[in-house]
Design a protein around this ligand. Structure first.
Ligand SMILES: CC(C)(COP(=O)(O)OP(=O)(O)OC[C@H]1O[C@@H](n2cnc3c(N)ncnc32)[C@H](O)[C@@H]1OP(=O)(O)O)[C@@H](O)C(=O)NCCC(=O)NCCS
Length: 163
């Protein structure tokens, strides 16, 4: 994949296998410095049941980013919370997550959300900090009997006017 501007669009039901691939690859390849193998396996387990994973994505507003016609990443907004943000390792550090978050923050602001929230993984902490999110609290969450740490981060939103 090359470092061009990603194309964004809402997800379709037919995207589900590609979204699962991105989710699994992203966790396996990009989070190794922050989470051990047992933790990564527990994290990935939530996509084992593809239909259940698809139902979770459909709960919020989920958009994907394409580079060269391939799914490079996706993100899900539920109310004012970024519930998911995953980028394929082949597209990492190409601005894919930035483009996805720019879009979700604009959509949330247009819907009247005053403050964005994310439970940032340790891998994503620096990404969100650079976008103006501030750490609020440290959490330990349980996934299939394994504990993973993350940080609740918040950022105030300002509604852009067109004048
Ligand atoms: C965190 C993640 C979403 C970032 O995606 P990305 O597309 O690579 O991010 P971008 O290219 O838009 O990065 C923009 C800036 O954020 C910062 N940044 C991104 N990833 C970073 C990292 N791993 N460490 C430090 N800074 C990082 C950098 O300043 C980067 O700019 P630069 O590349 O010019 O230095 C991606 O690494 C990922 O999917 N991680 C695994 C899954 C995960 O943890 N998801 C978050 C769940 S809350």
């Amino acid at each position: 994949m090359t470092a061009q501007a990603p194309t964004l669009r809402p997800i379709l039901p037919t995207d589900l296998p590609a979204l699962v691939d991105v989710y699994v690859d992203s966790i396996e390849e990009l989070t190794q410095d922050d989470y051990d193998e047992e933790q990564r396996t527990a994290w990935i387990a939530s996509a084992e049941d593809e239909q259940k994973f698809g139902a979770k994505l459909a709960r919020g507003l989920t958009i994907l980013a394409e580079l060269d016609g391939e799914v490079a990443g996706f993100a899900m907004l539920e109310k004012g919370t970024i519930e998911m943000l995953y980028v394929h390792s082949a597209a990492a550090r190409s601005g894919v997550a930035s483009a996805l978050c720019d879009a979700l923050e604009r959509l949330a602001a247009a819907r009247g959300v005053k403050e964005m929230t994310v439970e940032a993984s340790d891998t994503a902490f620096e990404f969100f900090r650079k976008r103006g999110y501030e750490a609020n609290q440290r959490n330990s969450i349980e996934r299939v009997g394994v504990w993973l740490a993350n940080t609740t981060m918040k950022k105030p939103l300002v509604l852009e006017t067109t004048q």
